[in-house]
Each structure stands twice: as structure tokens, then as C-alpha cells.
Design a protein around this ligand. Sequence first.
Ligand SMILES: Cc1cc2nc3c(=O)[nH]c(=O)nc-3n(C[C@H](O)[C@H](O)[C@H](O)COP(=O)(O)O)c2cc1C
Length: 173
Amino acid sequence: MDKRVFWDLSYGVYITTTMDKERPTGCVTNSAMQITSEPATMAVSVNHDNYTNKCIAESGKFAVCICSEKTQPLTIGTFGFRSGRDSDKFEDIAYEMKEGLPIVRDNINGYVVCEVIKTMETETHTVFLGKVIESERYDCKAKPMTYAYYHDVIKGRAPKNAPTYLDPEKVKD
Ligand SMILES: Cc1cc2nc3c(=O)[nH]c(=O)nc-3n(C[C@H](O)[C@H](O)[C@H](O)COP(=O)(O)O)c2cc1C
């Protein structure tokens, strides 16, 4: 198997948010995608070890905030490399509540709020399928951030819990 072929799949970069009871939380995802149009549904794949997984499962809701090319690397660092288990990720992030979920306010292209209608378990990740209950497109001057832009321009990397992570030892086995 040549797992380098996965490098040619295209993705965006998102902040998938949810609630930890009364406290907003979430994590960076590249795996969010639209599944159907009418009725609108979206799915996202979240690692079992991510605190966000437990919080989505318990609250039954998630929101996908679409990062733009102007989304601050600090925001991606906060949501993509720290855990809401031991930190308040929204402490220094401007956000507003929509349908009971936190939406990052600055430098995003828009958001989609979903209610979980199905889950699928894999060995490492849960795929949450959500029915869209609210969405908004912002007049953001910057383009949506692609995963290629994140890697090539921002020089970002994927941590172990991202579905795209490849163990350098096992890239070709
Ligand atoms: C660019 C990027 C893409 C990521 N994509 C995913 C993803 O699709 N699913 C996932 O479970 N984790 C993904 N991650 C990893 C989580 O964001 C990371 O493990 C985070 O610290 C989990 O935080 P939590 O414990 O508060 O949920 C990604 C991280 C980055 C930087």
C-alpha cells in the first residue's frame, strides 16, 4: 500500500465546535464535508481521544466554522494542538453563540450548525453525521483555507489525531 496517495486528496480547514455542558470547546478538523443537499447534512470524523468527540456525543450538536486564509495561526494552534480537556480554548477567541453553539467570529468564511443524527465508529475515529439546522455565509474578503494552503503556505502540520496523519515510518509498507 502506498499511503502517499492520500496526500493528493483535497480538504479544507475547519474549527469544529461544540459545548462541554455550559463551556464552549472544539478542535481543528480537515475531515468536515457536505454529505447531502436536501435535506442538508454534513459529516465530520473526530478521534476518540479528542475531548471534542466526547462533547459532541454528549451535546448531540456540532458547528463547522470555515477557516479562511486569514485565520490566525494562533487560532489553529489553540484548537489543533491543545485539548479542551485541560484548557479553555475560547478564553482569548472572539465568538458568538448560534443555536447554542460557539462560532468563531474573526477571519472565517461562514459556519454550519448541525444536530447529530447518526454516528459511525471506526477503530480510531467517530464519524458524526449531522442534520444542518442553521448556516451563514460571511462577506469575508479572504478565500477559504484549503489543506494544501495550510501545508504549503502556512507550513502547518497535522498532529497524530488528525485522520490525515501518517507515521513517517509507515508511509510506504
Ligand atoms: C490541520 C489540522 C487538521 C485536523 N483534523 C482533524 C480531524 O479531522 N479530526 C480529528 O479528530 N482531529 C483533527 N485534528 C487534530 C485535533 O484538532 C487535535 O487533536 C486537537 O488538539 C483536539 O482537541 P480536543 O482534545 O480539545 O478535542 C487536526 C488538527 C490540525 C492542525
